[in-house]
Design a protein around this ligand. Structure first.
Ligand SMILES: [Zn+2]
Length: 380
């Protein structure tokens, strides 16, 4: 039986550009160089072959959340894999510190096993003025000692912490995170332009869902949006679901930052991959109607029901972005940010065989993770 597969005939998106009628060789769990003669040839002509997606901000899907049990986490993970996300950072939401510490322990084990790529703590160190769908009573200032508790609880698997860096202890917390190799993300913030510049200078490198949960861009008070967009050191997260951002705002950010400084994220909650209904986001109740998640109390947007295959398709077909740029923003860029680009994020020999097959209308038609089909190719 052939253990080597050759995916032949697709438009393959490589770091060097798009190759028409390309061939991709998969041997075991990895992408390989030239194929042996015994290889199984799979004709995927008429399709796009792109690297598996990398989501650095995701709270759940498939009716389950990354704040739940091991089974919940695996359900959410499976749901997003079926939509092309082969590398995923699990995000928590604001909760009691003891609960977060406990959840960090659970998630760190799944990271250890290679199921998730790390943990993102969104809250509790965020601004009550920009709390979004976070429980106000549980918010707190970013005291470095408390931040340290979460880093320790994650046992080396903390990937990112979102914080409002203008709060007391904010800048010291950024420095602490950087010292421990954890990404400091500015978000749910009420900072001015100047305060945001200070936080970037202290080492913050990510904007948590740029535009959302922060002051608007103003021409006399440019706020965090301008500071985050203009600094070459910052990667900006964008939620391309047609709800969180107008296409023009998304294009503006994309063009200003350039594809290499954008990370498309889902910020998905439990309803992703399922549909409308009542759900929980951490301790808060959420109602999803026509795919839009809002808090039952107050009506704040409460995450998204997005999956990255939909974000990809929308970016190309609605926002008019180039396929190669979208691949950069949904795979290569976030992989580099996480420090895992040596293994994932592009279709190159030696890397994990993580890939997504799309038809010529950019609909998902197959997903492979580490050489195994998660979604069998549908080549009709
Ligand atoms: Zn979030």
């Amino acid at each position: 039986m052939a253990t080597t597969k050759v995916l032949a005939g697709a438009r393959v998106v490589l770091p060097s550009g798009v190759v028409d009628d390309g061939r991709l060789v998969v041997e075991g769990t990895r992408i390989a160089g030239p194929a042996p003669e015994s290889a199984e040839i799979i004709d995927v002509s008429g399709h796009w072959l792109v690297p598996g997606f990398v989501d650095i901000h995701n709270h759940g899907g498939g009716g389950a959340s990354f704040s739940g049990t091991v089974d919940d986490v695996l359900t959410a993970l499976r749901t997003h894999r079926e939509h092309g996300t082969t590398t995923l950072v699990a995000s928590t939401v604001t909760d009691d510190m003891d609960i977060l510490v406990q959840q960090a322990g659970l998630l760190s084990e799944l990271a250890e096993q290679g199921d998730i790529a790390g943990i993102h703590f969104e809250g509790p160190f965020i601004s009550p003025c920009r709390k979004g769908a976070h429980s106000e009573a549980l918010l707190r200032d970013p005291d470095p000692a408390e931040v340290r508790k979460l880093i320790d609880a994650a046992r080396g698997r903390a990937a990112m912490v979102t914080l409002a860096t203008e709060l007391p202890g904010g800048l010291d917390s950024v420095r602490l995170l950087v010292e421990h190799g954890v990404i400091a993300a500015i978000g749910h913030t009420d900072a001015t332009y100047e305060q945001t510049v200070q936080a970037i200078d202290a080492g913050a490198t990510v904007a948590t869902h740029l535009f959302n949960a922060m002051p608007q861009l103003g021409h006399r008070a440019p706020g965090p949006v301008a500071a985050l967009l203009e600094d070459e050191r910052v990667t900006v997260e964008l939620i391309d679901d047609g709800v969180h951002l107008h296409p023009a705002a998304l294009r503006l950010a994309f063009r200003q930052a350039g594809a290499t400084r954008v990370a498309f994220i889902t910020d998905a909650m439990d309803a992703a991959g399922i549909g409308d209904g009542r759900y929980m986001l951490g301790p808060l109740e959420v109602e999803v109607r026509q795919g839009v998640a809002r808090l039952v109390e107050g009506g704040s947007i409460a995450g998204s029901t997005l999956t990255l295959d939909r974000a990809f398709r929308r970016a190309v077909t609605v926002d008019g972005l180039a396929v190669e740029d979208v691949v950069t923003a949904v795979s290569a860029g976030p992989a580099k940010l996480l420090g895992v680009y040596d293994r994932v994020g592009s279709l190159e020999p030696g890397k994990d065989a993580d890939l997504v097959l799309l038809d010529d209308d950019f609909r998902l038609k197959g997903v492979m993770r580490r050489g195994q089909w998660v979604v069998d190719p549908q080549l009709g």
